[in-house]
Design a protein around this ligand. Structure first.
Ligand SMILES: O=C(O)c1ccccc1NCC(=O)[C@H](O)[C@H](O)COP(=O)(O)O
Length: 215
């Protein structure tokens, strides 16, 4: 099966279109005002309108309260909720129950001890996003273009479907998949020309290289 690709932080119709046509399986929309990729629910509703069935519209939230989730979902139909803050496993379960949607929980990794959280969140989340831990004091908990040591994942069994993220680019994605055997990958800044500005040619290259047979 080809590697599943998530293109995150989409904010323009041309990059949504490029990701769909190139074969992305997940499209990410960031509902976090501090992000250069932030979209409003109304903008996301327009961006997601042409998304065909079979491609998941992922809403990315950071420590959202119930009202934020409910008001966003009242405006834009989403298929998956991505939680990218300090949500506890209990909060992940609450968000699942509240929204009735699958939850993808991001887990930040910088050192071996960080991998323990994959087990805790794997018990409640539907999917895991194994991302680089943000640098101390960073404004954003994700989308920093920073990779972690992928060797930490070699030979590791995951209890849930998962995506590898953090510093992936068209140039390094095949090597990352070969090493980690990740069933899916996620990218944001690696397919941009400037923070928040997606580059359609990089999106095409990234998806082509991520979905090519890995030898
Ligand atoms: O992308 C953002 O601006 C963002 C803001 C706040 C929380 C999470 C965010 N991104 C999360 C993602 O899923 C990114 O795709 C992931 O962290 C990988 O980012 P990158 O290293 O830039 O490819």
């Amino acid at each position: 099966m080809a590697t599943a690709v998530k293109i995150c932080g989409l904010s323009q119709p041309d990059s949504v279109d490029a990701a769909i046509k190139a074969g992305a399986r997940y499209l990410g929309f960031v509902f976090f005002p501090k992000s250069p990729r932030h979209v409003t629910p109304a903008q996301a509703a327009e961006l997601t309108a042409p998304v065909p069935v079979g491609i998941a519209r992922v809403g990315l939230f950071v420590n959202p309260d119930d009202a934020a989730l409910q008001s966003t979902l009242a405006t834009v139909p989403l298929d998956v909720i991505q939680l990218h803050g300090h949500e506890t496993p209990q909060r992940v379960a609450e968000v699942k129950a509240l929204t009735g949607l699958p939850v993808m929980k991001a887990v930040g990794v910088a050192e071996p001890a960080d991998l323990d959280a994959l087990w805790d969140y794997g018990l409640v989340a539907d999917m895991l996003l194994v991302d680089a831990k943000p640098p101390k004091g960073a404004d954003l908990p994700g989308g920093n273009g920073l990779a972690f040591d992928w060797r930490l994942l070699v030979g590791r069994q995951m209890v849930r479907p998962w995506l590898l993220a953090g510093g992936l680019t068209p140039e390094n994605v095949a090597q990352a998949i070969r090493l980690t055997r990740a069933p899916g990958v996620d990218v944001s800044s690696g397919v941009e020309s400037a923070p928040g500005v997606k580059d359609v040619e990089k999106i095409r290259q990234f998806i082509a290289r991520a979905t090519a047979p890995i030898l």
